[in-house]
Design a protein around this ligand. Sequence first.
Ligand code: GLN
Length: 191
Amino acid sequence: MKQIGVLGLQGAVQEHLDKLSQIDNVDAFSAKYRSDIENCDGLIIPGGESTAIGRLLADFNLTQPLKARIEAGMPVWGTCAGMIILAKNISNDARRHLEVMDIEVMRNGYGRQLDSFFTSVSVPQVSDAEIPLVFIRAPYVVDVAPQVEVLLRLDEHIVACRQDNMLATSFHPELTNDLSFHRYFAEMINK
Ligand code: GLN
């Protein structure tokens, strides 16, 4: 059994736990304490408010231990606000959080165009079937370093990418009934 933590400080925690409970050989739990972060095999940083999640990580002294685990190779997946938490650069915000992934994100990038929207796309690396995507005041990626693999572009914006053990998505797979991205993340842990 692989232990997957969902960072349980703020945001869409339960929705990710529900999805993970449908995947074989995965035990999922809400990760709140340093010991949780040190003991999980992989971690999801959910959507919510990146400013709140970032502040709580700092207040609970979790920023450095989590950063160290990610840099040592623990698989991590940031959805929406979680993507902002992972990014080294944020175009329109002076705050920085874990600063582990070589991407530059625009907070509320879609928020300024459309508050939320739904679409369905094909992501060959992740699934053979079309994947439903939900965006809610979503960030997008404006720039990636060469070592970052782009998994999905919508129009001119990057909305899913991977760098080694780190996965980032602008959208919320936990709010759909599709398990493809959760399965893909579980595979990252198994390898
Ligand atoms: N707009 C939020 C932020 O900047 C992210 C929104 C979300 O996670 N659904 O943190």
